[in-house]
Design a protein around this ligand. Structure first.
Ligand SMILES: [Zn+2]
Length: 194
């Protein structure tokens, strides 16, 4: 099975140190009516990613059942970017973006979670490096927010450590402002040896 490279593990450690990747406090996001979850279809990771998102809803949902509407394609959020390397047809990203709006209308869930993950087989297959992968996620998040300014749009990132560093799987909050600051001040050594 695909594993995180040592370099990507170092990047993740740096992102955690710099609070770009941070623990998720479920109450910070309105999940009362559930969430629309934009994520990768990866069948080795979906169960864990879904479980985490369910657990973040506990305490907010009156009927106790999680309410999650997944929109999952190969490569997940990467397939929503203009000019991406994942989709076969150049306009597919538009269909996916508008599918989010359709889901908002159908399900009346006022919260969208954009969730990337690593290691991602689709990103690996198309030789998309980790930092561009993360930057693409942030770009897509901003596009989705512009399309739907009246709903909450959060950004999460799921990591499968597969026992590396003594860790297994974890979902982080992925913060936009900290990411921009990290790119400006911390990314250079990782990009220099790309
Ligand atoms: Zn994936």
């Amino acid at each position: 099975m695909l594993e995180l490279s040592n370099k990507n593990l170092e990047i993740i450690d740096s992102l955690i140190d710099f609070k770009v990747f941070d623990d998720i406090e479920g109450y910070r996001l309105d999940r009362k009516n559930g969430i629309i979850l934009v994520c990768c279809a990866d069948g080795d990771q979906f169960h864990d990613l879904y479980y985490h998102e369910c657990s973040f809803q506990s305490g907010q949902r009156k009927d106790k059942n999680p309410r999650i509407h997944p929109l999952s394609h190969n490569g997940g959020v990467l397939a929503y970017a203009e000019n991406n390397l994942i989709n076969r047809f150049p306009t597919s990203y538009l269909e996916y973006l508008y599918e989010i709006g359709g889901s908002l209308e159908l399900k009346k869930m006022p919260t969208i979670v954009i969730e990337g993950h690593g290691p991602c087989g689709a990103a690996h297959k198309h030789a998309i490096d980790f930092i561009p992968q993360l930057e693409t996620q942030m770009t897509v998040k901003e596009v989705v927010k512009q399309m739907h300014p009246h709903v909450d749009v959060a950004s999460h990132f799921h990591v499968d450590y597969n026992g590396r560093n003594g860790k297994e799987k974890k979902t982080y909050h992925f913060g936009r402002e900290r990411w921009a600051e990290w790119l400006r001040t911390k990314a250079a050594p990782f990009l220099a040896f790309a």
